[in-house]
Design a protein around this ligand. Structure first.
Ligand code: RP5
Length: 182
């Protein structure tokens, strides 16, 4: 079934690539376009770090065949890490992690009910053997930073960039502390 399916096509709405010239190495997927406002912060950060990304909608429940195809093919396409955002019964990160050897970072998206705790619990409580690195509710920024740290393990440019980011962050906080003390 998977073999016979047409390749995953992504429309302009579904797909935003940081750099059309470069092959994406981080895949950002989400269960619905309603997740995009939350996920876009992480996408923006990855772009700022110069990480080639792909962004698309993959729903565990509404497009299960697309999900399995994405998960199975991601590593073959050169993707090194997957960030998966989902809300409610948020099965997408876990199901993708079950079908890929790549690291999967889950972003629990806060829905209109239950304050996002449902999403958090759905993503974080994976069975032993199938890990999903789960970040805080709506925290796509931390998902992006974690993906960059993973990339830094084999591509030194991302370690250098991460060190600069940490230094800048520290300076910003120290500056605020100084202003407060004055
Ligand atoms: C999940 O259901 C999605 O990840 C989204 O967070 C939630 C609601 O989706 P919509 O009904 O807004 O499309 O699959």
């Amino acid at each position: 079934l998977i073999e016979d399916e047409a390749p995953i096509e992504t429309s302009a709405v579904e797909r935003m690539e940081a750099n059309d010239q470069e092959k994406p190495i981080v895949g950002i997927i989400m269960g619905s376009d309603s997740d995009l406002p939350v996920m876009s912060a992480g996408c923006k950060l990855l772009e700022e770090f110069g990480v080639p990304i792909e962004v698309t909608i993959v729903s565990a429940h509404r497009t299960p065949h697309r999900m399995s195809k994405y998960a199975i093919e991601a590593s073959k396409r050169g993707i090194k890490a997957i960030i998966a955002g989902a809300g409610g019964a948020a099965h997408l990160p876990g199901m993708v992690a079950a079908m890929t050897p790549l690291p999967v970072i889950g972003v629990p998206v806060k829905g209109s009910c239950l304050d996002g705790v449902d999403s958090l619990h759905s993503i974080v409580q994976m069975p032993r053997g199938v890990p999903v690195a789960t970040v805080g509710i709506n925290n796509s920024i931390n998902a992006a930073l974690l993906a960059i740290r993973i990339l830094g393990g084999f591509d030194f440019q991302y370690q250098t960039k991460m060190n600069k980011f940490l230094l800048k962050q520290e300076e910003e906080v120290l500056e605020k502390a100084n202003i407060m003390e004055d």
